[in-house]
Design a binder for this molecule. Structure first.
Ligand SMILES: [Fe+2]
Ligand SMILES: [Fe+2]
Length: 210
């Protein structure tokens, strides 16, 4: 998996776009650019690292269009444990895999060793307990980017300007509702993300614009 290339510093936006372009379809490429733009805005608003937000945003879906088998071999070649998740999901295609394979691909193939960027990609679909500020920024940017047009996107964008946790609660509610409608697997990380956000709000410790 390791190609031996390690980048000393974060690559430029243009370099990242060159890397993802052949890997993604047109729509996914456009989405990635929109998420990067949205992530920069949210990073500015909430005081996160703008450069890392931009790079994590542009790369977050890097393996989204890869065949499932390829994604699995990327994950299996890494230290990340996916066995239980794979068993739980049976043979069904998982929207969660691209977050894991994407983070590993960015680290081991693209050669970006930044742990914050890794985490932001790793957790962008499910969320997790105790998310970092950058992880929250990417998680929400994926819901509120300019290309999104689901029914409640206006409300989500409004909440994202008020508090990251308010947006997280709405986003998780939306995702879990949808999964439950289809009687699909709901990963416990998402429930923990939701609970964390609720608790932070109750304690008045949520992220507000700085
Ligand atoms: Fe994604
Ligand atoms: Fe995405």
């Amino acid at each position: 998996m390791h190609n031996g290339v390690k980048m000393e510093k974060l690559p430029s936006r243009a370099e990242c776009e060159r890397i993802i372009k052949p890997l993604l379809n047109k729509g996914r490429f456009y989405h990635s650019r929109c998420v990067a733009d949205e992530a920069i805005k949210l990073a500015k608003l909430y005081g996160a690292n703008e450069k890392k937000a931009e790079i994590a945003g542009i790369l977050h879906d890097i393996t989204k269009n890869m065949p499932e088998s390829e994604q699995l071999s990327i994950i299996e070649a890494s230290e990340i444990e996916i066995k239980s998740l794979r068993n739980a999901l049976g043979g069904r295609k998982s929207r969660l895999w691209h977050a894991i394979s994407g983070a590993v691909y960015v680290r081991d193939v693209v050669g970006i060793s930044d742990a914050d960027v890794f985490g932001a990609i790793r957790w962008h679909t499910s969320g997790r307990a105790n998310m970092t500020l950058l992880e929250k920024v990417i998680f929400i940017a994926d819901f509120t980017s300019a290309d999104r047009d689901y029914e409640d996107v206006g409300e989500m964008r409004k909440l994202a300007q008020e508090s990251l946790e308010l947006a997280i609660i709405k986003g998780i509610r939306f995702t879990i509702n949808e999964l439950m409608e289809m009687e699909e697997y709901v990963i416990s990380d998402s429930i923990e993300t939701y609970n964390d956000a609720v608790l932070l709000l109750l304690q008045g410790k949520e992220h507000r614009p700085v």
